[in-house]
Design a protein around this ligand. Structure first.
Ligand code: 0L1
Ligand code: MG
Length: 264
């Protein structure tokens, strides 16, 4: 990927993103100060943040695909799917109370998560290769939190902000991919007992395994691979919905069960 920022600028922007994330503070888009920033620069900041946190002892468990459904792209006005890293300490237990005071303006998404059993690498991984490399899938809720003012950003800025990654919750029944049609699973997202959105998993790039293939392709462009044992969230099936203290969210997946969480 083409980059324009020097190492010092990448570190300075990494400091800025880290401060916004850890302090739950909204910031202007990075492109306001660096209008020539490229997508490659956004990923350079994201990977620098990942490397910094891993060096501090935080453990990476995998990756997420973002903006993989038409509903999400329409909602955010961005046309290209993105990737973000997931750390073990971003996970919250199913049914637990998730704090909102350490986030800027959290939103929830309902996603199909994959756990892999074989390495995946390269620019042209197929849906079939992803499915063969998948140990099991399970329902997940992603809590995203853009650190940009008003949840408004461009592609370069959102990638630098780790594609708005914040928290995630998994639950339901882990299931083998060969036992299911992963593209035709119906899903319902409920908030406070009311259905907010009803959709099917095909909304994610036609098939959620294609989003995992896209993650592998982007990782290849960044000189990385997806090792066996990775946890991958394949992207929101519907648009994202804002949550506030007191809200209870449940994601119900056909054949896979439910996952729920409440916000405090
Ligand atoms: O998980 C996602 O789809 C988030 C991607 C980044 C854009 C956003 O914050 O909605
Ligand atoms: Mg997501």
């Amino acid at each position: 990927m083409r980059t324009t920022l020097g190492a010092e600028q990448v570190q300075a922007l990494t400091d800025r993103v880290e401060a916004a994330q850890t302090g739950a503070r909204a910031m202007p888009k990075l492109t306001e100060d660096f209008p020539g920033m490229t997508l490659g620069d956004g990923y350079a900041v994201q990977i620098a943040l990942r490397d910094r946190w891993v060096a501090q002892g935080r453990r990476q468990v995998g990756w997420k695909a973002g903006l993989t459904s038409q509903a999400k792209m329409d909602q955010m006005g961005v046309r290209v799917p993105t990737v973000g890293f997931l750390l073990a300490d971003m996970a919250r237990p199913e049914g637990s109370a998730v704090r909102t005071d350490d986030m800027v303006h959290p939103r929830v998404e309902l996603e199909l998560a994959f756990v892999t059993k074989a390495d995946l690498a390269g620019p042209d991984v197929t849906r079939e290769q992803v499915l063969a490399a998948t140990d099991f899938v399970l329902p997940a809720i992603e809590v995203i939190d853009s650190r940009y003012t008003g949840f408004k950003f461009d592609l370069q800025s959102v990638v630098a902000d780790n594609s708005s990654s914040a928290r995630y919750v998994v639950g339901g029944r882990p299931s083998r991919p060969e036992d299911l049609e992963l593209d035709t699973l119906g899903v319902v997202l409920e908030k406070n007992g009311e259905p907010l959105a009803i959709a099917a998993t095909a909304a994610v790039m036609g098939h959620p395994a294609d989003a995992v293939a896209l993650v592998v392709k982007v990782l290849h462009e960044l000189g990385q691979t997806l090792p066996a044992g990775s946890f991958v969230m394949s992207g929101g099936i519907t648009e994202a919905f804002a949550v506030k203290p007191g809200d209870v969210v449940a994601a119900r997946f056909q054949s896979l069960g439910s996952v729920g969480v409440r916000f405090v």
